[in-house]
Write a new protein. Structure first.
Length: 104
């Protein structure tokens, strides 16, 4: 059984026991849970439900594991006429979550 959920502006495929990183979730604590009701699609074998836009009564329970930073994205600024060069980087804050349960 799996579900497609929407968190922020991203969609994730959630299966029970799976872990994945999402953009930083405000107002959450490590060790707590988060109920996501934006379930767009559920599949349980041959039983498939597609939401319009969400599946009614479905939710995914997520367990907050830890706060972390993503991989570094490097970028550069360059201007050849002024002999200007800068190399910069950014690490996006993320929250690591585990799917505890999918309720249909």
């Amino acid at each position: 059984m799996y579900a497609i959920v929407r968190l922020g502006n991203h969609q994730f495929r959630a299966e029970k026991g799976e872990t994945f990183a999402v953009d930083s979730l405000p107002n959450t604590k490590v060790g707590g849970t988060l109920d996501v009701t934006d379930v767009l699609f559920t599949a349980n074998g041959a039983d498939v439900k597609v939401g319009t836009p969400t599946v009614k009564g479905a939710k995914v329970v997520l367990e907050i594991l830890k706060e972390q930073k993503g991989k570094k994205v490097r970028f550069a600024k360059f201007d050849r006429t002024d002999n200007y060069r800068r190399k910069l980087g950014h690490r996006q804050p993320q929250t690591l979550v585990r799917v505890k349960d999918i309720v249909l």
